[in-house]
Design a protein around this ligand. Sequence first.
Ligand code: CTP
Ligand code: MG
Length: 602
Amino acid sequence: MFAAKASDAANGTVTRAIAVTLRARRRAPPRPYPVKKFKSFSDVIAQRKAEARRSLVVQVNSETSFNELYGYCSKYASIKDIHHYRNSEKEHFMLIEFETEENVKEVIKACSSHQKDVDVMPIESPFLWFRAAVNKKELHSCLKTKKLATKDGIEPIDDDLLYEELLNCETVTQQIQHLYERTKLNDLGVRLRYMVARQFEIIFKSLYANVAVQPFGSSVNGYGRMGCDLDLVLSNVITEEMSDARRRLVYQEKREECAGGGRGGARQLELLGMLLELRVPGAGAVRRVLAARVPILKCTHHLAALHCDLAASNTSGVYMSELLWQLGALDPRVRPLIFVVRRWASAVGLTNSHPGRWITNFPLTLMVLFFLQQKRKSGFILPSLKLLVDRAGKEDIRIAEENINCTFLRDLNKLPHEEYGQSDEDLHTLLLQFFEFYAQFDFKEYAISINKGVPIRKPNALPLYIVNPLEQALNVSRNVSYEECERLRAEVRNAAWLLEEGLEGKKSDDWGVLRLIERKDSRSLKQLLKVGNSHRLVSVKDLFNEDDEDVPVTKSKKTDAEVDKSVKEMSRVTVEKKEQKIKFKNSQIANEVYRIRRNKIV
Ligand code: CTP
Ligand code: MG
């Protein structure tokens, strides 16, 4: 009875609350737009930059330094989170995010610059180290409730574990999604990339009055994997105040011809290279690639465990990353699909970390986007760039260096729903269709262009033509040789076949995407070790199976020398057998086998 009354009373309160809300709603003006579904790229970047301004990276002795570091820093400022990671030399670091930028300034003020007995010239930067306490009394501890937000946060997943997890997935679609979730660049990876950008910016600002260092490429475009390189661009920030003609006192400037061209000029890059070598803590192994279309400085950053490519004046690269990011945001299938295709291309050796006459990840990404722009029965998964350009407003106008027009719609909430995400094909179907699409694509006659989203006639005879979306007169795959293009065609055919074949019958130890993403060398080794069709790997013990007629038989335990002798004997027998087989090589069958192999291996 009491319970009923209590609940009535409570209901009365709820009813009153609803009535108040309804009245408030009636009074509220109608919302001009539906609830925003998409965040803008510039909002994401601004948030990451602000996060970096609130953060510091501190080298510590081990992860157990957490308590002491937390206690020490909270004397000066309030801490939001601490993330732990190790670099490739297994040194320990903590990325501390403070509550405010002011907090960071307080901590920086309390930094000691250098040790008296060491001949170094100090420099202010967000990368610090934590000196051991001078006396025990200074030891700080934090409340037991405080914990590391991340431990060993940038360690990529072990390949064996990944393969095991993929093996246990239920469907190919799940495998693709899982591969994406487990290998994409994580939050700490992104934070560290922005910390390096911030460090470079602080130091370069000592030389240039109005510059910003911005990450671009796979670190920010949504297609970066753990450990990907960091592409950075040093660009001019021109504010309205700076170009205000009423401000009569103007900086004297160094004339460009004396300084060797604009900021992108070779001599300026030389200077930045020296700066990286001599003044930027963590930066090392600096290499100058000045002959490229966009000259860059390459370096490693051992405190942040990454490789950097720094360009000066390549704002179009940032807008390109924005475009790729936007297309990835439009449909949840885009990024996982690009991940699996990039991984497959690396596994079969189509892409390579060194530059050469092969395709790279960027044009490969455009190929996937182009495929997703093709019309299906139910509509489009991705819109063409032309559509985004047509819908752009004044607020979207962006002009990069050399007058490159980078104007396209930035607020994706303004894009009508029927222009994207219109098919319900799963990732598995899309991957298969991707391979089939390019297995049939006429690379000889047509170019790939995400601008219109349809194949266009090639303007020249280069083997692979993929239009640069923001500079349409350029081919982003002009480096690709005829042989590499042929290999691409052969590999997409092979992948379509492997993916279809992998679905027939029971799940084997390389079902679904596993057979696509295992490295070619380890796959052929696996194939080599497979016994007949049993899909069982031969163990080392099996190689010494006493019943094997090729191996000298002995019942006793072999000494190392004897094992060595057995192996030699076995390989001699194998070579003899091979030689016998080679005698038949002139036969038609041998020729056919050779042809098939050559087609597969080229
Ligand atoms: N880019 C470009 N035109 C090219 C090559 C690259 O505009 N011909 C831009 C793209 O925005 C690209 C970025 O430069 O994303 C960085 O290029 P790259 O490092 O080659 O590609 P990523 O996308 O960063 O891929 P990866 O993970 O292999 O570094
Ligand atoms: Mg890159």
